[in-house]
Design a binder for this molecule. Structure first.
Ligand code: PDD
Length: 281
């Protein structure tokens, strides 16, 4: 469906007809937050966690939550039901609203609320079988990466750098330590352990962060959150990406250097299988 029904400020409208005023602060300042929720067989996956993060993001930038949780769920459900695909990716964006241009928050502004959905595009079996190439990059983003802000210029530039180097993602380092990729979290495997950077302001806590922790616990895999050096990433047995749209995905090279055996490894296979089981549960 090229022109799905979307929700914008209380109205249901075809995407092609949805309009916001040019003074929307999302457009002028990137003053907003967003969320991406995967849907499998017409059911949101980890809806509670995604909504909790949406609420945290709103709170972090002092936008009053315009809806209750049941209202959000009902709005998303309406948009999902109107789409013919069983497996979808719901996108929500809330901006501070429309006001005369001035940096500080305007008084009495109504947030802009937008919800759309599209068929989810997951990595193909061929991509999964081969694994993906990544490049490394100095993390030059701001210091509030924990907020799922729609101000994504740093991530956009990192993604473009990857695209220009025929890579799936840019894996970023700040002061020599692993942070995250342009639109996914990054994990390393060493000696049978899954390790990722701690949850700080330097990374977005992906909804798959806690999920992978749970999958490790259920499968007897040691999970460790700690600072990881660049050398450790390159010397890892495996490197994995996680996100709503990548699920878990094996990285087989960074900057042209093979990671481990240079093929998707056993930890990836175990976690991918566990992830598929969690989706089906
Ligand atoms: N991106 N880190 C960044 C910078 C991200 O943009 C994302 C997700 C993640 C993983 O979060 P989650 O597991 O909740 O998807 C980590 C989404 C998919 C996007 O921007 O489209």
């Amino acid at each position: 469906m090229d022109d799905p029904l979307v929700y914008l400020n209380g109205q249901l409208t075809p995407l092609s007809e949805a309009r916001i005023p040019v003074l929307d602060r999302g457009f002028i300042f990137g003053d907003g937050i967003y969320e991406v929720i995967p849907v499998y067989k017409r059911k949101m996956f980890r809806a509670e966690q995604h909504l909790a993060r949406l609420f945290r993001s709103l709170d972090a930038i002092s936008i009053a939550n315009p809806h209750t949780k049941p209202e959000w769920l009902a709005l998303i459900q309406t948009i999902m039901d109107a789409h013919p695909a069983d497996d979808q990716m719901v996108y929500l964006q809330i901006t501070r609203g429309v006001a005369k241009r001035a940096h500080a928050f305007p008084a009495n502004v109504t947030p802009t609320v937008f919800i759309m959905t599209n068929p989810i595009v997951l990595p193909s079996d061929a991509v999964r079988a081969k694994g993906v190439a990544c490049v490394s990059l100095e993390d030059k983003r701001w210091l509030h990466c924990e907020i799922k802000s729609s101000s994504l210029l740093g991530n956009v530039l990192a993604a473009q750098y990857a695209a220009e180097h025929d890579a799936t993602e840019s894996i970023q380092f700040r002061d020599g330590f692993l942070t995250e990729a342009s639109s996914s979290n990054v994990w390393i495997v060493k000696g049978g352990k899954l390790m990722g950077p701690p949850k700080t302001n330097l990374i977005l806590e992906g909804i798959r962060y806690a999920l992978l922790q749970e999958l490790c616990a259920a499968n007897g895999i040691v999970f460790e959150a700690r600072n990881i050096t660049r050398a450790e990433v390159f010397a890892a047995d495996e490197v994995l990406l996680s996100s709503a749209t990548k699920e878990v995905l094996p990285v087989v090279s960074i900057d042209g250097q093979p990671i481990g055996a240079g093929v998707p490894g056993p930890m990836y296979k175990k976690l991918y299988a566990a992830y598929q089981a969690a989706k089906a549960a």
